[in-house]
Ligand binder design. Structure first.
Ligand SMILES: [Zn+2]
Length: 472
């Protein structure tokens, strides 16, 4: 049995999960389900939470809570999503857990032993929004590109550094040997040009007087790890499944995953075949053309969508109506339109009227268990492998529409008397085709897929999705 280990990025626990997080973890769930249920791979899906850092520390102070109590409370919203979105991750790693701290310290200690970690006094630019030191090369107009409204702080302190610059050639070789290491290609090109411009060593600790909510540096009790040695090492949790076959991440953390992470592993003595196999980078979601932000008050929470459309439709809508590789734009109006058009009308109606006619015209259904549309299944599977969920779901919807047309063009209600043989033939084709559709939907809408099958067996029609009124 082939093993397949997939991760999404651990969530930063300082706010409730929004739809951007929802889309990422859903996409990862679809890939995991595809490998587990369709390809029958020995699959492991890891997700988790990044619970340390400055803004958690600050927000905890504001809430007059211990940081651990604070994250324990907020993390419930993330854990609830497992049921709310029907996610199938195998483990949820928390960076405050002892098992994680052990992995983080181990990688640090090995990299230190091998001479890739050193201490230096320096002056740098710090973005409070990202909670990160920024290289001069990352700034746009002297501001952080992710937080153009914040003035970066000048920080002077003694920190531990990681010798990222020492991995220039090794990373070049890694990229050359693995032409799909980062996907899509345009993201890989971004990393390659970053490498061309030269890598700088990165700060990996902060003194405890500035930040104490973190993992203590093994060789320096006055410092805590800051961001990357803490966060990235979460992926090492399922030792049996390492290396990761696929890391799914957002575009803002691309360079850390594509350059720093493999370099950290190499520094700790990992061989090339023990590095992650592939990194898939997705875009961000805007709302009605505007960046989602607390200040604008336009953040759409994952729970808002689930409340309106239910979990199955939310899974469908987040992956069909918003592109994943590039930035996508969310609007309630379009979501509701697609919900009504694709799910209530096209899919729901097709199943209902087909079963109603089968009953009404007493059609003898001869299910062909092995009936298969090789082309459709092939396109859907390939689209999932290429993370093109929009294509997969658009293709499935197109077939549903085509089957509805088949009904309208052939008018089984006329044929029932004139040509009952033809009537039965048409309804049999649709009945068999619905099973293929149900199969294609397994990774996307697992419960709907089962429900379609159940109705195809029992021939008892029941609405799959109820129409939603109003304008979104
Ligand atoms: Zn920033």
């Amino acid at each position: 049995m082939k093993k397949f280990y997939v991760t999404n990025s651990i969530a930063y626990i300082n706010a409730e999960p929004h739809i951007g997080y929802g889309q990422e973890i859903l996409a990862t769930d679809v890939v995991a389900r595809y490998h587990r249920d369709v390809l029958k791979d020995d699959t492991f899906f890891l997700t988790g939470a990044d619970e340390h850092g400055f803004s958690v520390q600050m927000n905890a102070v504001k809430a007059k809570m211990e940081p651990k109590k604070f994250v324990d409370k907020l993390i419930e919203k993330y854990l609830d999503l497992k049921v709310q979105l029907n996610l199938t991750y195998d483990y949820f790693i928390r960076t405050t857990s002892e098992e994680h701290k052990k992995n983080a310290r181990e990688i640090w200690s090995k990299a230190l032993e091998n001479g890739y970690i050193y201490k230096k006094f320096y002056s740098g630019v710090y973005c409070v929004g990202c909670e990160m030191m920024k290289n001069k090369s990352e700034l746009v107009n002297e501001r952080c590109p992710n937080h153009p409204n914040l003035i970066p702080e000048i920080v002077e302190e003694e920190n531990w550094f990681f010798k990222l610059a020492a991995f220039q050639e090794k990373l070049e070789k890694l990229y050359k040997d693995n032409p799909t290491f980062v996907q899509p290609d345009f993201r890989f090109n971004e990393v390659k040009s970053l490498l061309k411009s030269g890598l700088e060593d990165v700060s990996i600790s902060r003194p405890k007087e500035k930040l104490n909510w973190g993992i203590e540096v093994p060789n320096d009790p006055m410092h805590v790890m800051y961001v990357w040695f803490d966060a990235l090492t979460n992926y090492l949790y399922p030792k049996k499944y390492w290396p990761a076959d696929l890391h799914i991440i957002g575009k803002d953390i691309l360079r850390f995953h594509a350059a720093l992470w493999p370099a950290m592993l190499m520094a700790a003595g990992y061989e090339n075949d023990q590095l992650p196999k592939k990194i898939y980078v997705h875009g961000f979601i805007s709302v009605d053309g505007q960046k989602m932000s607390k200040t604008l008050g336009n953040v759409v929470k994952a729970s808002d969508m689930i409340e309106r459309y239910g979990k199955e439709a939310t899974r469908y809508l987040l992956l069909k109506e918003l592109s994943f590789d590039k930035d996508g734009d969310f609007s309630w109006e379009r979501m509701t339109q697609t919900y009504n058009a694709d799910l209530a009308n096209d899919l729901g109606n097709l199943l209902q009227r087909t079963l109603t006619m089968i009953n009404k015209y007493r059609v003898n259904i001869k299910p062909k268990g092995d009936y298969e549309d090789i082309e459709l299944v092939g396109i859907v599977n390939m689209a999932i492998e290429e993370m093109d969920f929009v294509l997969a779901l658009t293709k499935i919807n197109a077939i549903v529409q085509w089957l509805n047309k088949l009904i309208e063009n052939n008018k089984p209600w006329d044929l029932a008397e004139k040509n009952p043989k033809k009537c039965a033939e048409i309804l049999n084709i649709i009945h068999n085709y619905m099973r293929v559709i149900s199969k294609c939907l397994i990774p996307f809408m697992p419960e709907t897929s089962k429900e379609i099958n159940r109705q195809l067996e029992s021939l008892e029609p029941k609405p799959l999705f109820l129409r939603i009124g109003g304008k979104g």
